[in-house]
Design a protein around this ligand. Structure first.
Ligand code: CAA
Ligand code: NDP
Length: 291
């Protein structure tokens, strides 16, 4: 299927990055969110990111304006129903995703490909709740979407080849690289990355190092662009905890036990950058470690 029109559900950090790269690649994008404020903030963020790319001469003003003109927003989820491709990028909670699909499905175009940007949840289980498991896939972008090269493609048990090939072609058109992952908890990137982040939080919890020493160690000792605690704040601690819970429940191995300190931060509502506080406090001019 030749995909031209794309719907994005959820205008958080991933939704806005996804809309950004699709609009820039020439797709018409419609975004929706339950929060009108999130939609406005998302469009502002895309505009600011594109402006920076113009300033740094990565694109022309005309390309920036054309990309912005391809993005529309709506508060009505069913406005996305007749598009070629829908990408669900709402909060990492299975019940939220099911509710979105349940509302959308009665209106969804027969040929529309439905995908989820989930970081960890079973694609087969999500697909089984829809009327189109053969045209349902995991379509996993990395954060920040405009910068990261990889997109994981995850087939559910029933996904057909035509759907897989359509999404492979879309990734190519975005100028990104796809990697195929089987449908097991957290797929490839997060199966490996998230236990590393969780272990960094245990290292903090057990007093082996401070926030600063743990992040400095991995940045300068392993050449990671961000320390694991800085990265956890960047991803969102609620998302990190949700992924660890999927790994723990899905693989039934205690090595995936979420660190109690991670749970405590989430319970406090300290979710990282998006709430201005996590392992660092972002309310001042420079981030200050909270432990
Ligand atoms: C949880 C999941 O399900 C899966 C995941 O996504 S896991 C998370 C994966 N992501 C990572 O591991 C990110 C690790 N961090 C990094 O790679 C880097 O720190 C970074 C790319 C985010 C920033 O790099 P940096 O060198 O410190 O910053 P900086 O020089 O300011 O930025 C580099 C470029 O990225 C752009 N950029 C940085 N942050 C951005 C953002 N949030 N949105 C858009 N563009 C951004 C900058 O504009 C700059 O672009 P140009 O090269 O065109 O000028
Ligand atoms: N953060 C990351 O690094 C990555 C995340 N992902 C995945 O992408 C998805 C989104 O994550 P992320 O962008 O970080 O999360 P955010 O918390 O930044 O954004 C989620 C957005 O979805 C909105 N939302 C919640 N319920 C609904 C609904 N029923 N309909 C429409 N919108 C809704 C939220 O609104 P409100 O705030 O009002 O609840 C919020 O604006 C998750 O599945 C996550 O696992 C994938 C790759 C990387």
């Amino acid at each position: 299927m030749d995909i031209k029109t794309v719907g994005v559900v959820g205008a958080g950090q991933m939704g806005n990055g996804i809309a950004h790269v699709f609009a820039l690649a020439g797709f018409d994008v419609t975004m929706t969110d339950i929060s009108p404020e999130a939609l406005t903030a998302s469009v502002d963020k895309i505009a600011a990111n594109l402006d920076r790319q113009v300033t740094r001469e990565k694109m022309t003003q005309a390309e920036r304006d054309a990309a912005m003109s391809r993005i529309t927003t709506t508060g009505t989820l069913t406005d996305l129903a007749k598009l070629d491709l829908v990408i669900e990028a709402a909060t990492e909670k299975e019940a939220v995703k099911h509710a979105i699909f349940a509302e959308l499905l009665p209106h969804l175009g027969e040929q529309t490909i439905l995908t989820s940007n989930t970081s960890s949840i079973s694609i087969t289980r999500l697909a089984s709740q829809t009327d189109r498991p053969e045209r349902f896939m995991g379509f996993h972008f990395m954060n920040p979407v405009p910068v990261m090269q990889l997109v994981e493609l995850i087939r559910g048990i029933a996904t057909d080849n035509a759907t897989y090939r359509s999404l492979e072609a879309v990734v190519e058109k975005l100028g990104k690289t796809s990697a195929s992952a089987e449908d097991f908890p957290a797929f490839i990137v997060n199966r490996i990355l998230m236990p590393m982040i969780n272990e960094a939080i245990y290292t903090l919890y057990e007093g082996v190092g401070s926030v600063q020493s743990i992040d400095t160690s991995l940045k300068l000792g392993a050449n990671h662009p961000m320390g694991p605690l800085e990265l956890a704040d960047f991803i969102g601690l609620d998302t990190c905890l949700a992924i660890m819970n999927v790994l723990h429940d899905g693989l039934a191995d205690t090595k995936y036990r979420p660190c109690p300190l991670l749970t405590k931060y989430v319970e406090a509502g300290w979710l990282g950058r998006k709430t201005d506080r996590g392992f660092y406090d972002y309310r001042g001019e420079t981030p200050v470690p909270t432990r």
